[in-house]
Write a protein that binds this ligand. Structure first.
Ligand code: SDX
Length: 436
């Protein structure tokens, strides 16, 4: 299979910045990429001026160079290897997008066949993995099972610790993309006390995921093509998103040379937080709390009250200061799924009222807070019969593609080094233990 991982080209200089401090000055090159902000290369800042930069949350720090995904937050644009998410969501399949993110170009028909066959071949778990599940309580959150089992899976692939060559890294990537849906679906089955369902060679990636979630020995599961198309689109929308918290976690863990399965387990842990991938589950809880549109003004008043720690879940984004393009596609998919079911979901009506109310309120307009990918996703998942506890696990299934693509890319970066941020220390100065 021809792997077309683009090689790194040194970013081009785009002028320079001169910094003077306490009688010393130095010039730092400004680097430019294909799109987006230029960056100041400050790697010599400490050597030249004995200074660090200070950027809590890394909101204005480029942690790496990448060729995979680009977001224009002001325009609400998301590109996977240059292709707009709107086009990919409409015309591509999730395995096709996975190939694109992994190798840099859309696959030929042959490359696609080889790739999906590899995924299908690796989608089974070692039978002993079943024992992992018995160690969890039945009511364990699927993300705890996913995180623990993916980390534990590393014990079955000791060769994964060899990250020195592209081929072993590629094998680890394919293993993870292929196996994580099975683990996620089995976590759900385990919570229901139902038998595990195995992946099938005659089903697509999304069909398999739905079948492993919902099939039962006593009643065959009819795959609704609207649902499998919706699942494919949802996986595409969640596949990658630049250097978000969980992807940065994977890159950081990968920079130490850790086992790839351990790196992805770290990403799963980071994604679980309600400020990140856990927001889809939090949106549903928020809508249940609000209950009806009459309660929207009171809830929004709480959100705007700085003394409450209430946030409008599914709203706001570190990068998007316009609509998250994924939210718009999610909303469209939501309509399609609900129309297919012939249902009007009161939670969707409530969410739409909430969005309308917030977007007319200066608090949100001034701060450029718009619906993000999580605002509508929970409503679709619920309509498809996916329980709230599985929402973030579904996000993790999709984001595994982005995580492994970014993890692999880092190894080809000539500037690769272990992540080791510094700090601004404001603790006690040196002092003696005695006398006291
Ligand atoms: C994802 O990074 C990614 O790309 C993530 C993601 C991906 O695909 O990987 O897109 C997936 O995680 C989407 C985001 C899901 N999280 C939520 O929906 C949780 C609710 N959102 C917020 O917690 C918040 O908007 C964040 C965490 C998403 C972004 O936080 P930032 O960029 O650190 O924003 P901030 O905290 O600096 O807020 C700026 C201002 C503050 O008010 P002031 O101090 O200026 O008065 O906006 C306010 C915040 O209080 N604010 C909100 C808000 N989000 C920001 N106020 C109310 N509700 C919100 N949701």
């Amino acid at each position: 299979m021809t792997q077309t991982t683009p090689s790194f080209t040194p970013p081009q200089d785009e002028g320079a910045v001169k910094i003077s401090y306490k009688g010393k000055s130095s010039t730092f090159p400004v680097l430019t990429g294909t799109s987006g902000n230029n960056v100041i290369d400050i790697r010599n800042l400490q050597k030249d001026l004995d200074l660090f930069t200070f950027d809590p949350g890394l909101g204005t720090t480029a942690s790496c160079e990448s060729k995979i995904t680009f977001i224009d937050g002001d325009k609400g644009v998301l590109l996977y290897r240059g292709y707009p998410i709107t086009q990919l969501a409409e015309h591509s399949s999730f395995p096709e997008v996975a190939y694109l993110l992994l190798y840099g170009n859309l696959p030929t028909r042959h490359e696609y066949k080889v790739f999906v066959d590899r995924l299908e071949e690796k989608s089974l778990l070692h039978e002993q993995i079943r024992n992992f599940f018995n160690g969890f309580r039945r009511d364990a959150h699927p993300m705890s099972i996913l995180c623990g089992t993916v980390a534990g899976l590393s014990a079955f692939y000791p060769e994964g610790t060899d990250t020195s060559n592209e081929e072993s890294r590629d094998i680890a990537a394919v293993h993870l993309i292929a196996k994580i849906p099975t683990i996620a679906a089995w976590a759900y089955k385990y919570s229901r006390g139902e038998p595990f369902v195995y992946p099938r060679a005659d089903y697509s990636y999304s069909e398999n995921f739905l079948n492993m979630l919902f099939a039962r020995p006593d009643t065959p599961y009819q795959i609704n093509p609207i649902f499998s198309k919706a699942m494919d689109r949802i996986l595409i929308l969640h596949a990658d998103h630049e250097q978000n918290a969980s992807t940065s976690t994977v890159r950081l863990t990968g920079s130490t040379g850790a086992h790839p399965f351990a790196c992805i387990a770290a990403g799963i842990a980071a994604l679980w937080g309600p400020a990140h991938g856990g927001a889809n589950e939090a949106v549903l809880k928020m809508l249940h709390t609000i209950g009806s549109k009459e309660n929207i003004p009171d809830y929004i008043a709480q959100v705007k009250d700085k003394n409450s720690d209430v946030r409008l879940m599914g709203f706001g984004h570190r990068v998007y200061k316009n609509f998250d393009p994924r939210a718009k596609i999610m909303k469209k998919t939501c309509d399609e799924v609900l129309n297919e079911l012939g249902e009007q979901d009161p939670l969707l009506e409530l969410a739409m009222e909430l969005e309308k109310y917030a977007l007319q309120d200066d608090y949100f307009v001034q701060r450029k807070l718009y619906p993000n990918v999580d605002f509508y996703s929970g409503i679709i998942f619920k309509a498809m019969g996916i329980p709230e506890s599985m929402f973030t696990a579904l996000f993790a299934v999709a984001r595994t593609v982005g995580w492994v693509s970014q993890w692999k890319e880092a190894f080809n970066d000539p500037l690769r080094r272990i992540y080791r941020p510094r700090q601004l220390y404001t603790g006690p100065g040196e002092r003696d233990l005695w006398p006291r």
